[in-house]
Design a protein around this ligand. Sequence first.
Ligand SMILES: *Cc1c(COP(=O)(O)O)cnc(C)c1O
Length: 217
Amino acid sequence: MDRVARAARANGRDPAEVRVLVATKTQDLDAVRAAVTAGAGLVGENRVQELVAKAPGLPGVPVHLIGPLQRNKINQVLAHADCVQTVDSDRLAQALSERCVRDGITLDVMVQSNVSGEPTKSGAAPDDVAGFATRVAALPGLHLTGFMTIGARSPDEGVVRAGFARLRGLRDEVVASGAPGTADAHELSMGMSGDLEAAVAEGATIVRVGTAVFGPR
Ligand SMILES: *Cc1c(COP(=O)(O)O)cnc(C)c1O
């Protein structure tokens, strides 16, 4: 949290604009609770199984899914997640929307983009993101709150920052479009233990931090 606040101030931003999400994969519930007590406002789980196991023990704490979601696990996620940050295909978005409409609920979602273009990473290609996000925003049952990415794995900070800047530009474009359902899509979930300063410099509103909080996995 000190690192986030320092990075925010160094870039003329109010530290309160950046929320810390603790990435809690492999951590047990006691460790997650300790991080929340220490001030982390959000919890993020990669695996549906871990999310389902831990979320009931974290009443009042928003839990986000930050890993891939297979459509056969949608029911489990809807029961326990406050936001799915990893919507990256029309098929997944439509399936989520249909299930939410059937259940009479609205789910917060973010569009995941692969801004680095690295083949091992999930997410919509940057060129497709604006169109895709506009379709997601128009679906009933889903509330588009923003955009998520995993930064480039590069020692060159310029390359990492360029990817984050790209996502910010896409966010600005989508919000400015005025398309139905896009008005609240302000969040930029980007930056992890190794690159959160670069992400905050480029406008992150949520950083997802694991190692820097819990130590190496
Ligand atoms: C594990 C994980 C993080 C946190 O990574 P650290 O390098 O441990 O801070 C952030 N985002 C996602 C999607 C993750 O899987």
